[in-house]
Design a protein around this ligand. Sequence first.
Ligand SMILES: [Zn+2]
Ligand SMILES: [Zn+2]
Length: 736
Amino acid sequence: MSRAADVWRVVLDMPLRRPFDYLAPKENCVTRITPGMRVRVPFGGQRLIGIATQAASESAIAPERLKPILDVLDTAPVLDESLRTLLMWAADYYHHPIGEVFAAALPKALRGGGGALALSRRWIANAAGRAAAQSGEPRRAPQQRRILQHLLQNDAGAGASEVSVLFPGAAVRALAQRGWIELTDAPAPAAVAGPAPTLGSGGFELNAEQRAAVDAVNGAFGGFAAFLLHGITGSGKTEVYLHLVERALSAGRGALILVPEIGLTPQLVGRFRARFAAPLAVLHSGLGDRERLQAWRAAFTSEARIVLGTRSAVFAPLGSLGLVIVDEEHDPSFKQHEGGFRYSARDLAVVRAQQAGVPIVLGSATPAFETLYNVSAGRYQRLSLPRRTAQAQAPRIALIDLRTSAVHCGIAAPAIEAIERHLRAQGQVLVFLNRRGYAPTLLCTACGWSSVCRECDARMTVHQAAARLRCHHCGAEEPLPQRCAQCGFAARPVGQGTERIEEKLAELFPEVARVRLDRDAVRKKGDMEAAMQRMASGEARILIGTQMVTKGHDFPNVTLVVVLNADRGLFSTDFRAPERLAQTIVQVAGRAGRGEKPGEVLIQTEFPDHPLLKSLLAEGYDGFARAALLERQQASWPPYTRLAAVRTSAKSAAAALKFLTEARRIARAPARVRLLGPVPAAMAKRAGRYHAQLLIESRERGALQRFLTRWIEEIEQLPSGRHVRWALDVDPLELF
Ligand SMILES: [Zn+2]
Ligand SMILES: [Zn+2]
């Protein structure tokens, strides 16, 4: 046996479910290591960096076989106790190896051994910059001028991560090259607690509902409480957030705000920036390793007490957390659904708030059904913002029956008339189609050949402008053939994507400038801002877009929204498809009439009598959700049951199924746990691999968890597991 406190449990970034024991370093280091610090240890022939989690008095391993810790990298824990508690909870709940869970919480640079406590670097304007600005420079570079003004207004400067979101593009570098701004390591002036001077000076008046929401959450400070802030689009949720963050800061606490990936816009960052003098740490997937480390450090050192970020920001180190906000909480991007550690940042945010004993606010215009269920079960309190702020009125929504209307390239005659009418009245028009590219397939009418992807059970999409065929599932591409690959007859694009709709609208309204927002049109930093600017200035008056247009952007002059195809969500095998469809329609409709002009929404469908569409139109999102939740209850789907999925992919369909069949055979599931499958995925072949899944369902979370804990260790030992990639997904958001 090893002597007391001579042994440290160390968590290493590898797919193993246990920590490893090491001897404390030779020179009286027991006092130097505290749980949560990084240590360097020998492992196999390598040296690895891990996290020391616990001192132990003894080890199950013989003392002579224990190796010593080589090095201690930190003087303070990089993962404090509250974060370690959260991460251990997550490893347990998602049944994922603890080392990989810990690794997910740290920036790559720290996992590689980079310093945690070096000061974060900020951009500041120097004396030359101030002088240049006073003489009106830079005259011909408006973006550079804006950055310079921004830095001059904030003595503390601005963190690199914040600048990269607020001012995407090359202007920052250009200013630095002119010698007007520089990066500094000097400590920022003390973070300003509480409001910037502008707050309360009018213009930020809350209406009665906003005030009631703020008061309710304010009353809950000091303990855990979960709120759903159900505010229709344009009802001023962000203003409520700002007031709550102000409250947390003035109590000397920090605030964590999570937003969907695409919701992290310069406008949102700008609103927080304009309101608070305290520095912001902005964390999102577009950051480079260095920017990410700097944002992490700013939060870690409490220099930034507001952390605004996407999914993985749920693990941001905030010393004294006072408040958690999850905006657009229904957004599927909060769920990590690829790679190893599949977690829901929204659900972990609730756990974090619970463990920290602070309030959490989940905001949405279209709350997730799970969240509505938690409200009805009394776990969350609902706060409603049913009114739009300012003069905006709720839009009128109507269906267009595609069976009885003439349709031109996907746009029905009544929709074209409406577009013309709104354009003539100087309105702006949004045409929504959740399918990018020119056409979803290329077809030969002579022999029936179509552009099927070699690697997937899917057709390749025609991209006319790029003259390519592209598979949206695996990324494969090839030149767009002019003739059928089989018989040489002319092949033609069938169906519509946003690119083709844009072409059609250009033909119908040649004098009106258009903007397209999809992943092909918005490829690099600044593209989105440029497109938004063209709409905001009124230069462009037709906007064609995919899902991208529903996320966090304001188009105040849009008076008409046309949803070209709502039908794809009506007949899916995924039980969540109706929820997603309703959310999309309500979110897209919410873009109409946000300014002073009332809006109109037209939804094209071949199924105008479908009960889902009818209930959505007649009763709105709430009524629709009630009916749909009842169906889920009858069919025993979440949130009335708990679900997990084991997913496999393999080079052959047989191998993908074989592993799951064996997993099922050894399952020994208790009566309260049901196994469903295995079945091939609906799109079985993707990127050259075959996919299959096995569902595990139970009405009792405890029973499901206990079963998974035991079972997962057994299926890890299955020999057939060596021939497949497999992963467990707890609370899966998509069924294949
Ligand atoms: Zn052909
Ligand atoms: Zn493909």
